[in-house]
Design a protein around this ligand. Structure first.
Ligand code: UFG
Length: 338
């Protein structure tokens, strides 16, 4: 049985990926500093899969703590989720974002090189593209100047990987996520934002449950079908599954290049109002929302060309927007019962 180190494995996308890994027969070590997640997630994962993942609480941006993970466990491959991820926060804390996100990756790569661990799946983001020139966006589309330090760390990480794979035996796949939302069908794991959510879906569910007064839709005067921004929302379980397929591709040496990039979205663009409508339908509630001003830094519209992932990975997102909003709602309701 292969052992996979999942950094940030107690987080939103990480925890769903751990479940899929365990269900695909992998042994999992989670390394997480619990900065943005809860230790209880480990029990929830065990309730779903019947197996508790190994866990080590470390700050991977600190070299010694990162080394400790590799001294403690024999690792065959890595999925790297550990990162600070709030776009707005990164603008006021750029140094912390660069230090954290880049040091984590460098410490991991350093250990990989020294210990002959040759496979890593890295979480990247569609944010590397900026405002697209044409849609749907393909992997070979040019990346644009980042709008935030957060986005810049995603671009820099891809560049670091591109040079490291040339100089070492390391093989990497960077998955460029679009907008992950939703939660596991068990409603045992899901998104746990710290403080006031920045992202649309948790803000919607927290408003509906009564934790927030109202949702503000950031602008309805964009040149889109209903004036609100368009995104490619993807169910977090579909996204989690893409990591298993990418990892298997590396282990089976099926990758065509030592570093590959894949768009991980559904290929469908939905507006903010589409998401609200879907949520109101699946939750059978009326959402309290109003139209407000635009949010700085938002791209107008973006959705993925997923043909490359379909062809090379044999992976395609399965779940509909209604399944995404319903599962997010079930998770919020389960949280509120605690
Ligand atoms: N939105 C609102 N009101 C809110 C929150 C969001 O109207 O309270 C709108 C935004 O303006 C945007 C859409 O909902 O049009 C989606 O916003 P999110 O914040 O949920 O997601 P983003 O597309 O801004 O950001 C996401 C991830 C980032 C990633 C980025 C890539 O959160 O990590 O996609 O474009 F970098």
């Amino acid at each position: 049985m292969k052992t996979i180190l999942v950094t940030g494995g107690a987080g939103f996308i990480g925890s769903h990926t751990v479940v899929e890994l365990q269900q695909s027969g992998y042994d999992v070590v989670i390394a997480d500093n619990l900065y943005n997640s809860d230790i209880e997630v480990l029990d929830k994962i065990e309730e779903i899969t019947g197996k508790k993942p190994h866990f080590i609480k470390v700050d991977l941006s600190k070299t010694k703590e990162c080394n400790l993970v590799f001294e403690t466990y024999n690792i065959d491959g890595i999925i790297n989720f550990a990162a600070f991820k709030a776009v707005g926060e990164s603008c006021s804390m750029p140094i912390e974002y660069y230090k954290n996100n880049m040091n984590i990756l460098l410490n991991l790569l350093d250990n990989m090189k020294r210990r002959d661990i040759n496979y890593i799946v890295h979480s990247s983001s569609c944010t590397v593209y900026g405002e697209p020139d044409s849609l749907p966006i393909k992997e070979e589309s040019p990346t644009k100047k980042a709008e935030s330090p957060y986005g810049n760390t995603k671009q820099m990480a891809e560049e670091v990987l591109s040079f490291v794979v040339q100089a070492t035996d390391i093989n990497a796949i960077a998955l460029r996520y679009f907008n992950p939302i939703g939660a596991h069908s068990s409603a045992k794991i899901g998104e746990l934002p710290r403080g006031v959510p920045n992202n649309l879906m948790p803000f919607i569910t927290q408003t509906a449950i009564g934790k927030r007064k109202e949702l503000v839709v950031f602008g309805d005067d964009y040149p889109t079908k209903d004036g609100t921004c368009i995104r490619d929302y993807i169910h977090v379980v579909d996204l989690a599954k893409a990591h298993i397929v990418a990892l298997n591709r590396l282990f089976e040496n099926k990758n065509k290049k030592p570093l590959e990039f894949f768009n991980i979205g559904t290929g469908n663009g939905f507006s903010v109002l589409d998401v609200i409508k879907s949520f109101e339908k699946t939750s059978n509630t009326k959402l309290n929302y109003k139209i407000g001003p635009r949010r700085k830094g938002d791209v107008i519209e973006i959705w993925a060309d997923t043909s490359f992932a379909e062809k090379l990975l044999g992976w395609k997102a399965q779940k509909t927007l209604d399944e995404m909003t319903l599962s997010a709602w079930n998770w919020e309701k389960a949280l509120s019962k605690k």
